[in-house]
Each structure stands twice: as structure tokens, then as C-alpha cells.
Design a protein around this ligand. Sequence first.
Ligand code: SAM
Ligand code: SF4
Ligand code: SF4
Length: 334
Amino acid sequence: MIKDLLGRELRDLRISITDRCNFRCAYCMPDGESYEFFSRQEILSFEEITRFVRAIIPLGIRKVRLTGGEPLLRKHIENLIQVLSGLEGIQDLSLTTNGFLLKEKAKVLKEAGLKRITVSLPSLKDEKLSYLVGKKVKVSQILEGIEKALEVGLRPVKVNVCVAKGLNDDEVVDIAKFFKPMGVVVRFIEFMDVGNLNSWSIDRVFSVREMLSLLEKHFELEPVERAYRGEVAERYRYKDDGVEVGFISSITQPFCGDCNRLRLTADGKLLTCLFASDGHDVKNLLRSDASDEEIRSLVKNVWSLRKDRYSEQRLELLKKGIALKKIEMFKVGG
Ligand code: SAM
Ligand code: SF4
Ligand code: SF4
């Protein structure tokens, strides 16, 4: 077990397996910008990713999430899942997807050993969804993916909803109403200032408090205790059926004090914060004849010097007019 300069233990690993995406979400990767993507040679192979994960399990990693970009764009992702799900020490392996390819992939993902999945869906209206994700998409296509995930036995299925004022805050109640009877856990996320391109401003943040007070007009909710230290979602359950709903309030109630996540980018950089400007290269080590001990040593050094607490500093930085140059969300792995 290793601790950073603020006493936080390393527990979770988020792996971005590609920076490419078939969507252009307004809050992440706005349409109309020109993007450069990593070349095939630059991105880590499944063997390199697996070697890295295996090497750092002794440091305390217990949870792994695959993300991106859109992780289901990576060919034969099931091969990676199969190996990672078999690693001793990893208690939880999950994946976040935009759901576009989920209907066709759910079964192979489950067969490969994936237990649970998170699908992002910011609207239940075709036109709005297409506008928000920068591509003509029918809500039914994503819903069919969610239904398929439930049918093949992925549990729980969670739905992430990034909520921005004036964009989709009018759908908070409808989205909750829609997924509650399906037993799908919705997690409403405050619009965050990730990257530099999404035109974020504090006035566009629809706070978790505002979301909760809307929901409380329609449902009776009770808080659920955090399952573990470092859990980012504030959890509630509907009193009538016990289905859960979660809120992620990175802007209005930062949770840096418990942040135990390391991130690995598709091109092999270690990041210690979602809002990082820079990373530490591990690809060179993975591509040399370095030992697992050398890989662990690099991670130990990076983690033990960490003191990130961007979300707690954000308002102060804003006040001072300081804008950091951050790595884009689709490269970091959300
Ligand atoms: N492409 C996959 C997806 O959309 O689920 C995985 C990567 S995406 C970057 C991971 C999560 O970040 C998604 O749930 C998405 O809604 C969320 N996200 C992206 N930009 C965000 C923002 N500016 N604020 C809050 N959440 C955001
Ligand atoms: Fe949207 Fe996810 Fe793609 Fe970002 S990475 S544009 S959130 S689908
Ligand atoms: Fe962790 Fe950085 Fe988010 Fe704070 S801002 S919770 S340190 S990722």
C-alpha cells in the first residue's frame, strides 16, 4: 500500500484504451474542432496494458475501469477483458461506454468476464441526444444496448448523465423516472471543466443540490452510506423500491481528500488527476527490458509525490483568472 503527500492510498486504476471516439459530445470533444489522435504504434498493446496492471497489483490496485475515448472502438477489447478479469487481486473490473456499439458487444464482454458496465446517456430525446453527442443517434439504439447488457447478466448497469444548465437539466426527472423501474442506477454528474475545449463556465453548472431538490419533488429518497473511502458518487435510494441513484459533485462539493485514482492513458502516460496538464511516461519502460520492479518503482515515485487537489482549488484559480492548460478528457480517460 502506498500513500501520496496528502495521505491518500492508491486503489483504483482507470485505463484509457483509445483516444478515438465515434461521438463528439459537446461537454467533452465538441464537434467542429480538429483532433489529433495517437497512432497505432503509440498506443499500448493489450499485452503492455496487462503487464502494467499485473506489475502494480502489489501496490494496492483493487479496481480497474476501462474507458477512453470510446473503449468499444478498440478491436477485440474482449481479449483484454478476459485477461484482466482473471488477474488475482483485481476485485472489480468495469467499463464506461457511450453505448453505441453495446448491443452487438454486450454478450462477448460478459463472456470475457466483465461483471458490470456504465453507459453514458445525456438525453432521452432523439434530437437532443444527436445534438449533444454531435452525431445522428437514436435513443433507442443506446437503450437496446442497455437492455442487452441487462439480458446477458451485466450487473449493475449504471447510466452516467452529464448535466449542464440549459442543455439537459430539464430532463433530470424524466431520466430518473425512466430508469428506476428497470433497476438501472443513474448517476448524475455536474458538468466539469475537463480539457480546454468544452466552453465550460461556472454558470453552466447545474449543481447536485439543484438536481436533488428537483428529484425530491417526485420521489422519496434516502441517503446510502458510502461503500468505501474514495467512492465519488453521493448515493441515494428510492424508498419505495430500493433502486439507487447517485450524484457526482466534482464542482460544488469536491472530493479530492479521498481521491485514490491513478490514470493510464492510451499512449502510456500516468496521470494523477483528471485535470492534469502533464503525465509520466511508462511506455518506454514497458517497451524496454525493464523489470516489473522498475515499473512498480516508477509508479511508487509518481504516487508518493502526488499532491493534486484541483477541484478544491478550482474556484480560487478562477477568481485569480488562472486557466491551466489541461489534457483533454477523451485522452485522459474519464
Ligand atoms: N466514451 C465513453 C463514455 O462516454 O461513456 C467513456 C469516456 S467518457 C470521457 C467518460 C465519462 O465522462 C462519460 O460518462 C461522460 O459523460 C463523462 N464526461 C465527459 N465530459 C464531461 C464533462 N465535461 N463533465 C462531466 N462529465 C463528463
Ligand atoms: Fe462523448 Fe465519451 Fe466520446 Fe467524450 S469520450 S465524446 S464523453 S462518447
Ligand atoms: Fe482527484 Fe484531481 Fe478529481 Fe481532485 S480533481 S478528485 S485530485 S482527479
